[in-house]
Design a protein around this ligand. Sequence first.
Ligand SMILES: O=P(O)(O)OC[C@H]1O[C@H](OP(=O)(O)OP(=O)(O)O)[C@H](O)[C@@H]1O
Ligand SMILES: Nc1ncnc2[nH]cnc12
Length: 179
Amino acid sequence: MTELAELLDSRIRDVPDYPKPGVLFKDIAPLLADAEAFGALVRALADRATELGATKVVGLEARGFVLAAPAAFAAGLGFVPIRKKGKLPGEVHAESYDLEYGSATLEVQCDAFAPGEKVLVIDDVLATGGTVAASLELVRRAGGVPVGVLVLMELGFLPGRERLTPHLDGVPLEALITV
Ligand SMILES: O=P(O)(O)OC[C@H]1O[C@H](OP(=O)(O)OP(=O)(O)O)[C@H](O)[C@@H]1O
Ligand SMILES: Nc1ncnc2[nH]cnc12
C-alpha cells in the first residue's frame, strides 16, 4: 500500500449493519474531518483529473459531491452534479439503477456538457457498480465523453468492477484504495 492509501484507509470506519442488516458500511466521515487526509485525497483526485485530460468533473450525489467539487476546483475545472431524481431543474436525462442496499434514479441536466466534453466521474465508493454504470450512461446521453472514473474506495468483496466493465468501454476505473 502507498503512504497515501495507508493514510486514507486508516481514517475510514467500519459500521456493521448500517443502513441494512448484512451490509458492512464504510463511513468516510472521519476521513473528511481530518484536514491532512482530506487534503491529500482532494489533491490526488485533482492531479488525476489533470493527467486524464478532463475538462469537467462530475460528482454523484451526495458523498461524491464532497470529493468531486473540491477536486474540480483544485484542478481548475468546472463541476457538474449528477443528482437523485427530482432535484435538478429543467430538462434532464434519467437512469434507474440498483445499488448495494436499494434502488434509485439518477439525473443529469441535458445541457450539462458541451458536445464531446471530456468528463471525469468521481464518487466515494464503488460497491455493486450500479451507481457508476448509470452515471456513465447519463454522461454519454448528455453528450459528454467519459475519460475516467475515480473512486476513493472499491469494495473488493463485491463484483462492482466486473459488473461495470461492459459500461466502461475502455474508460479507466481507478480506486485510491481497495478494501
Ligand atoms: O456501487 P453501488 O452499489 O451503486 O453503490 C455505491 C454508491 O452508494 C452510495 O451512495 P448512496 O446512494 O447510498 O448515497 P449518498 O452518497 O447520498 O449517501 C455511495 O456514495 C455510492 O454512490
Ligand atoms: N458498504 C458501503 N459502505 C459505504 N457506502 C456504500 N455505498 C454502497 N455500499 C456502501
